[in-house]
Write a protein of this length. Sequence first.
Length: 241
Amino acid sequence: MIHRVHFREIPSTNDYAKELSKSNSIVVVTADVQTQGRGRNKKNWEGEAFKNVYLSLAINHNSFPVFKFPSRYQALGSLAVYNTLLNFIPSENIKLKYPNDIYIKENKFKKVSGVLIEHSIQGKKAESTIIGIGINVKQEIFSKDIEDKATSILKVGLNIEIETLYKILIEEINKLINLEEDDIYQDWICKLSIIGKEIILISTGFKYKVKEINNDCSLMILNEQKELLRIDNGDSIVYEL
Ligand code: BTN
């Protein structure tokens, strides 16, 4: 089983995991409280103390071979959360949203979890990958700007101990890390189920249709003039799940 280091309070589990990756081949950092939790695209990751899962998996590529396509670690992170939730929630009420969000059904689908991937590169070599996972577990009140989009496991009527979720999540990570990268990627594409869907790219406000998913997890999308465009996990999109 993967070694785990737990903190009562820490600025960000991703930052500490990055430090630990220098002396560990694979390690998990968890915390009861994050004071400077980060989300994608330089956003904060908000979360009340003692109410949520804050976990970072650090993989050192000197001792753990790196994926051919390092962006596929986002698939591993999202699937680890998906498989964990599947222990409590039926599959039709859990959805993956591109690039690496997990939604569950309250009255409508809302975000319960996000994954933040960070790579340390030295020259041309990937030194380590950090997969940061936040899951809203017992939080019931969210700030105004996300209250309509965010939910928690408690808000869908399930009172699950945070420690139980940590144990299952680490088990799921352990299973996935031993699978073939291509199998993880295919499973992610299948669960994502985005090919053929209409999306809106937030940066342009325009509508596109998803044509395919590239090997590096980026999306090929078509505009109304049938021109192809590539977007990746730095781009925010909205679409019907
Ligand atoms: C997102 O959806 O924007 C990704 C959110 C990732 C949050 C997790 S919580 C544990 C880890 N530590 C951080 O600072 N961020 C990630």
